[in-house]
Design a protein around this ligand. Structure first.
Ligand code: IMP
Length: 425
């Protein structure tokens, strides 16, 4: 069985935990988009450890980890993660494959990300400053791009870097009055990374096809959330890749035809980091209450996350967009204690009610929410193991969301641990 797990909101839905659980029954876990802007915490023994690039399956010793062509790879971060896992007794030897076609995030991408955001001032996107946008821009621009395959021919890479760095220095000098960067320094890092990673660089599409042929169980791990999708999200306040399930095909060369389950992950409420419209945002004591109870601070940047009610218009849209046939709802335990809960069932824009998510950030920023209000619950959910034992308030909340978004909720998260998940057939 093959499964693709994607976030249906603005990221941070708890995909890492879901992937970690599903990875137990998977032979391969595949990352197919985004880069070190992603972040999830894995718990190894008593220790918490943040992964940004490595597929979450990395902590399961028998699982093959694939970083496919759609990912932008920051080798510095990747090697830190490989070494961090090794120090905790988890070896990636022989089970990490990186696509030769994946693009490489270099220092000048991170520099450009920062310089551009600073220059944008109040119009900034609020990126993670990990160089994601500039690296994908170089990929689309083609002429000044570095791919993992370039690590195989260092002499050619040296020449290429001279050209790229000369171009970047002209650009950054003119636009931002930035000090020049040095091609030799970047090349020196690349040759170190080449030594460390060359054995893992392969044609991952070919590898995935052979795995499909012998009916391996493959878990495809989406990054960020569908509302941050470059084409279908709240542009320009999005990331630079197709973070919805639609990114699967271009991101790793495998058609959705081979995927049995598209599992969408949501939080029982909504969060967002960075700028951009957020119709159900509660910039008030309710938002703060959710932030405190849900520990809503970014794994990658530590920024406080913006918090608000569940938005069934947005999730209904991303459910259809991704062909989602099952949903995992996380953080239900966080909401215990609120007398009533609101779920946005429609927007009112320019005096008209709509249940379709506007594709335009400006229009979305003018949307007023039409809420359905349901009773909350006070019971602690963290030790409940069976759906039947959940309070009626939770069951009603889940049923209301299912009705509004149009897909069944089959997994319910009631705490941060692997075991704190309730399955519903
Ligand atoms: P970038 O991906 O660093 O360019 O950031 C673009 C937008 O996506 C910003 O609003 C980020 O906060 C957001 N973003 C990127 N990655 C994640 C993630 O993993 N979780 C939540 N938001 C993210």
């Amino acid at each position: 069985m093959n499964c693709c797990v994607v976030g249906l909101q603005w990221g941070d839905e708890g995909k890492g935990k879901v992937v970690d659980i599903l990875a137990e029954k998977s032979d391969l876990v595949v990352r197919y988009g985004g880069g070190a802007n992603a972040g999830h915490t894995v718990i190894i023994g008593d220790e918490r450890f943040a992964l940004h690039l490595m597929p979450s399956g990395a902590v399961r010793p028998g699982t093959v980890c694939v970083i496919a062509n759609g990912v932008v790879v920051d080798p510095e971060v990747l090697l830190e993660e490989i070494n961090g896992l090794a120090e905790r007794g988890i070896s990636l030897d022989g089970r990490l494959l990186i696509s030769e076609n994946a693009h490489v995030v270099l220092d000048y991408h991170k520099l450009e990300d920062r310089l551009r955001e600073e220059a944008l001032g109040k119009h900034k996107i609020g990126t993670t400053a990990r160089g994601i946008g500039p690296c994908y821009a170089d990929k689309v621009g083609r002429s000044y791009a570095v791919r993992m395959a370039d690590f195989r021919n260092l002499a050619a890479l040296r020449e290429k870097l001279d050209d790229i760095v000369a171009y970047k220095n002209k650009l950054f000098g003119a636009l931002y009055d930035a000090a020049p960067i040095n091609a030799a320094d970047i090349f020196e890092k690349c040759s170190r990374w080449s030594d460390a990673l060359s054995d893992s660089i392969v044609n991952t599409t070919e590898y995935l096809y052979s795995a499909l042929d012998v009916k391996k169980n493959i878990l495809f791990e989406g990054a960020q959330g569908a509302l941050l999708d470059l084409d279908h999200g709240t542009f320009p306040y999005v990331t630079s890749s197709n973070a919805s399930a639609l990114g699967l095909g271009p991101g790793c060369g495998v058609s959705g035809k081979w995927v049995d389950t598209f599992l969408g992950v949501v939080k029982a409420y909504t969060t967002r980091v960075g700028a951009g419209p957020f119709p159900t945002e509660q910039d008030n004591e309710i938002g703060q209450w959710i932030r405190d109870r849900g520990h809503e601070y970014g794994t990658t940047t530590g920024r406080p996350r913006r918090c608000g009610w569940f938005d069934a218009v947005a999730v209904g849209f991303t459910t259809r967009l991704g062909g989602i046939n099952q949903i995992a709802m996380m953080h239900l335990d966080t909401l215990a204690g609120l007398e009533e809960l609101k779920i946005c069932r429609a927007y009112r824009v320019d005096g008209k009610e709509t249940t379709f998510f506007p594709g335009d950030a400006e229009r979305l920023s003018r949307a007023e929410c039409v809420y359905e209000t349901v009773a909350g619950w006070t019971e602690d959910l963290s030790t409940i193991e069976h759906y039947a034992d959940l309070p009626d308030g939770v069951k009603n909340y889940v049923a209301t969301v299912e009705r509004l978004v149009g897909a069944p909720i089959t997994m319910l998260g009631v705490g941060p641990k692997r075991t704190q998940i309730i399955y519903r057939d």
